[in-house]
Design a protein. Structure first.
Length: 331
């Protein structure tokens, strides 16, 4: 379950993220190159490269230009707390340079076809999301091909004609069965709240900005859908030359990892616990009326609250199960 709540939960997430990145950094690791392209921001250190989406806001200049390369990565990652969007993006790229996709840490991993970009992630999940209520946070090119056949809503900070504004997330996410959340939400500081709103949904955190941390399941994430670098030199050239979608042709490959099974087990255990509470309250109610008591059972409201909670948990567990058993079998 998602730790913390309110403003403390947001502060806790970014402290946790910085701690995770620092734990993977050697004292001498530096940012050898930092490139802020039109679409992507890149950080390189040795054989490692990390990406973050460049803020889509105009700035004439950045006052720290020329001072990034050579800085220790452990210092750059602190910028993820910043509300200055470019500083936060550079920090996210530095974090991803440290949090490389060590796929051996994951039990359930699927490498997706190259040259399909973000749509490769949606194609992977299509057999599982048919008939589900789907919310995508972030407008991905090509999504319109699914909107006629799937119950799909798109939330966007700068919405187009067929999108919902980001304020609609407060209503749409709690009612969703599946949420596909852009990892750039970490950069713009909306991730903690969006993850909290998605706690009853199967949550897929996706995009090249995503840090490869299986512990993100503690923040409500079920699937990581991020990228691994196939050609770091080509990646750097594409970023520096303003590339976007072209990165997926040869430089990057999408990978999906199921990290939500511990969360699924936690929901199952909570169902078992609450079922015990329900049974005890039900027995107490039967004893109350069997003893000839009149009037309302004193704990009736609590009993009804437990029944509602169990119903929500059962629905959540069903979608978790169906997500991993789309054809009734096992992955």
């Amino acid at each position: 379950m998602i730790p913390g709540k309110g403003d403390g939960r947001q502060q806790g997430f970014y402290k946790w993220l910085i701690d995770q990145a620092r734990s993977k950094a050697g004292a001498e690791e530096i940012a050898e190159q930092v490139v802020i392209g039109l679409v992507w921001t890149l950080c390189r250190s040795g054989e490692s490269a990390g990406l973050a989406m460049t803020p889509q806001s105009y700035t004439r200049t950045l006052n720290w230009s020329g001072a990034l390369a050579g800085q220790p990565l452990v210092e750059l990652v602190d910028g993820i707390r910043s509300w200055e969007p470019f500083e936060s993006a550079v920090a996210m790229a530095a974090i991803n340079t440290l949090c490389q996709p060590d796929l051996a840490r994951f039990e359930h991993v699927v490498e997706l076809p190259q040259q399909a970009g973000n749509l490769a992630v949606f194609e992977h999940f299509l057999p599982r999301i048919k008939g589900a209520r789907i919310v995508v946070v972030g407008r991905y090119p090509g999504l319109e091909r699914y909107e006629q056949e799937y119950d799909l809503r798109v939330v966007e900070r700068q919405p187009g004609p067929d999108n919902y504004p980001d304020t609609a997330a407060e209503e749409l996410l709690p009612a969703a069965d599946w949420v596909f959340l852009t990892a750039s939400s970490i950069i713009n500081k909306t991730f903690p709240r969006l993850a909290e709103l998605s706690r009853l949904a199967t949550l897929v955190l996706m995009g090249p900005s995503m840090p490869w941390l299986p512990e993100l399941t503690d923040w409500g994430v079920d699937y990581l859908a991020g990228t691994q670098v196939r050609d770091a030199d080509l990646l750097q050239r594409c970023v520096a030359e303003g590339g976007g979608r072209i990165l997926f042709d040869e430089a990057l490959q999408y990978v999906v990892a199921d990290i939500g099974r511990p969360r699924m087990q936690a929901v199952r255990e909570e169902i078992s616990r609450m079922a015990g509470v329900r049974d005890r309250l039900k027995q107490g109610m039967e004893d109350w009326y069997s003893a000839g008591s009149r009037g309302r059972f004193p704990q009736l409201a609590g009993y009804e609250e437990v029944l509602a909670g169990l119903s929500a948990l059962d629905t959540q567990y069903k979608w978790m199960w169906d997500a991993r058993n789309p054809a009734g079998g096992r992955e």
